[in-house]
Design a binder for this molecule. Structure first.
Ligand code: ZN
Length: 513
């Protein structure tokens, strides 16, 4: 009789594969922070080798046979003979591992190689095209990328729309059928609010934020805020990079980066808070499940909910600045000593239509996402031609924002995402905002005096609540299940819209509905 195989063999194999991925992540972190420029070419090769090794080991016959011990490898159904002996957590582990495995298996390696090659090529061409404002130059690459992504959707399989297969990569379980009505409703409210803001007699003065602020002091202030949020510097660190990001190799080593500009106070400050939200999630994941799906974040949308909750619901609130503003004034007495807290609060919450997504405010940011979602959905579904994108883009900007980009560089060419094939990625940003509002509303119900705590600089109750309700579960639940479990509701934009109406209605002095 064969010796029964325990789940431990599977988890230790998965853990070893994860070591390769973590090694690649360390190299990527280094590439963005300290690597000398000359190291770029060889670093790309080193990363490719590690990623290929990890991929090959994951789709290996060994993993297949370990998984096959417990479930039907074609359908993912756990074998009835094992069902009774596997606890809920083991079943979740098998379910999520099979999901990753079957997706990885569906893509032929020749296709993956072709896609990777096109990605690295298209990114370079995109960077040049944006610099020279030349969409035609990028067009052939974008056309190839779209056809590759449509092919990928065919390999992965889908119901209703090929876009669903791509969306599922970033936000498992999310569908076009779910997003369309959700976003349509949100869009109506956003456009109405933006209109009211535009017509408001209040127009905040933001020049106080663009004075000269010592960059070392800015980073130091960001570090203090991170510490107070509960980010553990014994298990993390803060560095500088061109684009702020969070990376994690284990809950005991989750790192953040920020960027700093002398004449842009909000940039460093809010990227620290934003990345801090991501990093608290990573530091709060269950270490006992490290290396397996259960030790990972649920989805990009849930990850973004953590950063947005801290950045916007907390970091742009009056209560937060009640505690922090005197400290900021002490740090920059010449610049802010004479500026009242209210004026500062209004300035960091200014809403204005803009061309560039990454610089957009809390409200219009989501309209930027709508523009991209609607366009990329049509492209992937074959409803529009790729060479019509610049015009389509500009028309949507005019429709939603009332402004038209004067160049493709500040229009259709601005984002890097499509050049590396990230179709289906953008919606997760807005989902993050919606999840964040739902979670924060629930936190306010569950934690007595939450606003008072925040006003006193006590972030521990909120951090502990997030650890308990969201972080420690890893991928045990799907995004929809987790949100339902924590808030008792399915995904809705209502709390988010309510927050925007209250905040900006008050700030811009228009009657709330
Ligand atoms: Zn983020």
């Amino acid at each position: 009789m064969a010796t029964p195989i325990s789940l431990d063999f599977l988890t230790s194999t998965l853990r070893e594969i994860h070591h390769l991925r973590d090694a690649a992540a360390v190299l990527s972190w280094d590439q963005e922070t300290y690597m000398p420029q000359g190291g770029g070419a060889i670093r790309a090769e080193q990363l490719a080798t590690l990623q290929t090794l990890a991929h090959n080991q994951f789709v290996s016959p060994e993993v297949e046979s370990l998984l096959g011990t417990f479930l039907d490898i074609e359908t993912g159904t756990i074998l009835p003979t094992h069902l009774a002996s596997l606890d809920e957590s083991s079943q979740a582990l098998l379910r999520e591992t099979w999901r990753d495995f079957s997706r990885a298996k569906k893509l032929p390696s020749t296709f993956v190689n072709e896609l990777e090659r096109e990605c690295s090529l298209a990114q370079q061409v995109w960077a040049e095209a944006r610099k020279t404002n030349d969409f035609q130059r990028f067009l052939p690459n974008l056309e190839r990328m779209v056809s590759l992504k449509r092919k990928e959707a065919e390999y992965l399989g889908y119901t209703d729309s090929p876009y669903n297969a791509l969306l599922d990569t970033y936000e498992p379980g999310s569908t076009v059928a779910q997003l369309r009505p959700l976003f349509a409703e949100l869009r109506t409210h956003l456009i109405r609010l933006l209109d009211q803001i535009r017509n408001s007699p209040v127009q905040p003065n933001t020049t106080l934020l663009t004075q000269s602020f010592d960059t070392t002091k800015q980073v130091e202030f960001g570090r203090q805020v991170l510490k107070q949020m509960g980010y553990d510097f014994q298990r993390g660190r803060l560095d500088l990079s061109a684009h702020p990001f969070t990376t994690s190799f284990h809950p005991t080593d989750s790192r953040v980066t920020t960027r700093v500009f002398e004449k842009d106070l909000p940039s460093c400050l809010f990227s620290c808070i934003h990345e801090g939200g991501h990093a608290l999630y990573e530091q709060g994941l269950p270490a006992q499940h490290y290396g397996t799906a259960l030790g990972e974040a649920i989805s990009l949308g849930i990850h973004e909910s953590q950063s947005r909750l801290w950045e916007n619901a907390v970091g742009r609130s009056r209560a937060f600045w009640q505690y922090w503003y005197p400290k900021l004034q002490d740090t920059f007495p010449a610049q802010l000593g004479a500026v009242p807290a209210d004026e500062f609060y209004v300035a960091i919450n200014r809403v204005t239509p803009s061309f560039i997504r990454v610089e957009a405010d809390e409200l219009t940011y989501n309209l930027h996402i709508m523009v991209r979602f609607e366009i990329e959905l049509d492209v992937i579904e074959g409803q529009v031609y790729v060479d019509d994108l610049p015009e389509l883009w500009n028309a949507k900007m005019e429709e939603y924002f009332g402004i038209t980009p004067t160049s493709d560089a500040e229009g259709v060419l601005q984002d890097v995402h499509w050049s590396f094939g990230a179709f289906g990625y953008f919606p997760t940003y807005t989902l993050g905002n919606l999840y964040a509002a739902m979670l924060f509303h629930q936190a306010k119900t569950d934690i007595p005096d939450l606003t008072k705590h925040i006003g006193e600089g006590n972030f521990l109750p909120l951090k502990t609540w997030l650890n308990d309700r969201v972080h420690r579960w890893g991928r045990h639940y799907s995004a929809n299940d987790l949100i339902q479990r924590v808030t008792g509701q399915t995904l809705t934009s209502a709390p988010f819209i309510q927050d925007l109406e209250e905040k900006f209605g008050h700030l811009y002095q228009f009657p709330t509905t």
